[in-house]
Design a protein around this ligand. Structure first.
Ligand SMILES: Cc1cc2nc3c(=O)[nH]c(=O)nc-3n(C[C@H](O)[C@H](O)[C@H](O)COP(=O)(O)OP(=O)(O)OC[C@H]3O[C@@H](n4cnc5c(N)ncnc54)[C@H](O)[C@@H]3O)c2cc1C
Length: 482
């Protein structure tokens, strides 16, 4: 008879979406899992706040259920029936000449149809002429080599001309990533374009020929949340599982122990404790992983140290009933601003129009977002000043001059990772270095696989699989030696 396998001790550092998914998978695989989180709550950049009778997300707002990993997880957790999809509505673009409706078929990675762009009033006649050449340009420009990467901005400009990048990609993809589209990696930030780039396929032709979006599963919308906010998802991840959670503890040192690793934990009062682990998942921002890894591999530490982030913030405003009418007349679900606007505001979401759970409220909720890479203005403002400035800019953009109550100001100092050109090659080197210097320690999360929650779910699952495979190898080797 074979002995049942001993559970290995795995410490997951970081209790955001990535860490929680990794912890869930490892616990389900029978490992002895501890999650260590420096904050007093789980969820990381998923943070739902009670505002009166409503639950409002002040970090991530929706999960992309079009991604198979997200869809499967939500199904496994029994959360399908309660998913709320965002309501269809017009998005607006701020241009130097005021607001223009975002033309149908324009996505963060470029236009999928040219006709709506022609009539949108966003482009100049010259820009339109150049954009129309895309099918021809695709055939004559050299394709992207397998080991090559370029910025999203460079690729889209080479296909459609610089104006499409400036007027669509910058406010859409740039706002989403809080980044400079001329530095963000095509492979890491717009993987859907890579096939067209390498095989010289026209983006417009390919998309015209494509079947209509399949949706996800018949019952799931493409983007979703729950009436209790996104923390419904993060809270469900460990429910009923034998996982130890240590909140309010920062992991400040990682050292090799006779078997596995020792992690030094410090709480807010400065008390220090030690945890032992056979394997470790570092599901933390690159800046937090770097000091833990650098003593063992200066090269890996250096790669992590060089990783850039954009510090961002959100402000939630509540407009009273009288303003509600005007906001309804304004109509759209949101406004996107290009980096050239000079404003701090990069996007505004009309929550009451976008999400069904807020539709019947007496007041209207609007969420304002600010912060871009290379723009330090946020840091110089107090929370009051930040809220005042964003509210004033929102007034300028929409013309809505009604009193609003500031319901919440949220800063995200860890920010949004900026996955620059060459990101995947650096990630490959980082993982090789870690495997050599710290076997059994893996990094996971938005800094590596991309900042959408769906990518974090994939990343957490992959980290759990890598740790499990490493532990199985170690056990088998020991058994053979014994
Ligand atoms: C304002 C905003 C809006 C967003 N909107 C969306 C959206 O609508 N849809 C979407 O898909 N994505 C969105 N995102 C991105 C998404 O929320 C993040 O990419 C994702 O939540 C990151 O998850 P993570 O677990 O990798 O990292 P995090 O959520 O950052 O979690 C890492 C955790 O590690 C902890 N930690 C750090 N150092 C230590 C240490 N030394 N010891 C212990 N704990 C430590 C941190 O406290 C944190 O809780 C948004 C992000 C922001 C900021």
């Amino acid at each position: 008879m074979t002995e049942p396998q001993r559970a290995h001790r795995v410490v997951v550092v970081g209790g955001g979406m990535t860490g929680l998914v990794a912890a869930r998978r490892l616990a389900l695989a029978g490992q002895d899992v501890t999650v260590v989180e420096q904050r007093g709550r789980l969820g990381g950049q998923v943070h739902t706040v009670r505002m009166g009778s409503r639950w409002v997300d002040v970090g991530a707002e929706a999960v992309h259920l079009g991604a198979p990993a997200a869809r499967q997880l939500v199904t496994e957790l029994g959360l399908v029936d309660s998913v709320l999809g965002s309501r269809a509505g017009q998005s607006w673009l701020w241009t130097g000449r005021g607001l223009r409706a975002l033309p149908a078929g324009v996505t963060p990675s470029g236009p999928t149809r040219l006709r709506p762009v022609l009539t949108s009033g966003v482009m100049s006649a010259r820009g339109l002429g150049r954009a129309g050449l895309e099918p021809l340009v695709a055939r004559v420009r050299p394709g992207l080599a397998d080991d090559e990467d370029v910025s999203v901005g460079e690729f889209v400009s080479s296909r459609f001309g610089a104006e499409v990048t400036e007027r669509f990609i910058d406010p859409l993809l740039g706002s989403l990533h809080a980044g400079d589209v001329h530095r963000l990696s095509l492979r890491a930030c717009a993987p859907a374009l890579v096939d067209a780039a390498t095989h010289r396929r026209s983006l417009v032709r390919r998309r015209q020929a494509a079947a209509p979006q399949p949706g996800c599963a018949p019952t799931l919308p493409m983007f979703g949340t729950w009436s209790g906010g996104l923390h419904t998802l993060t809270e469900a991840l460990l429910a009923g599982l034998p996982v130890t959670v240590r909140l309010g503890c920062r992991v400040q040192r990682l050292t090799a122990a006779p078997t596995g690793y020792a992690l030094e934990l410090a709480d807010a009062g400065g008390a220090v404790a030690e945890l032992r682990a056979d394997a470790v998942v570092l599901a933390v921002p690159a800046s937090a992983a770097s000091p833990l890894v650098a003593p063992h591999s200066p090269r890996a530490g250096g790669i992590l140290d060089d990783a850039e982030v954009a510090k961002v913030a959100t402000v939630v405003l509540g407009f009273n009933r009288s303003a509600t009418k005007a906001l309804r007349a304004f109509g759209g679900t949101g406004v996107l601003l290009p980096s050239t606007s000079g404003m701090l505001l990069k996007a505004a979401t009309h929550l009451s129009r976008k999400w069904p759970q807020f539709a019947d409220d007496d007041s209207c909720l609007v969420r304002l977002s600010a912060g871009r890479s290379g723009d330090d203005r946020l840091a110089a403002l107090t929370d009051d000043e930040l809220a005042r400035q964003l509210a004033a800019e929102f007034r300028t953009v929409t013309g809505l001059d009604a009193p609003a109550e500031v319901l919440h100001v949220q800063r995200w100092p860890d920010g949004l990772p900026q996955l620059g050109v060459g990101h995947q090659a650096r990630l490959h080197t980082l993982r090789e270095e870690l495997a050599r210097a710290l076997p059994g320690v893996v990094v996971a999360g938005s800094a590596y696989e991309g900042l959408g929650l769906a990518s974090c779910i994939t990343s957490g699952e992959a980290a759990a699989a890598a740790v499990s495979a490493g532990l199985t190898r170690t056990t088998t080797t020991k058994e053979v030696r014994a």
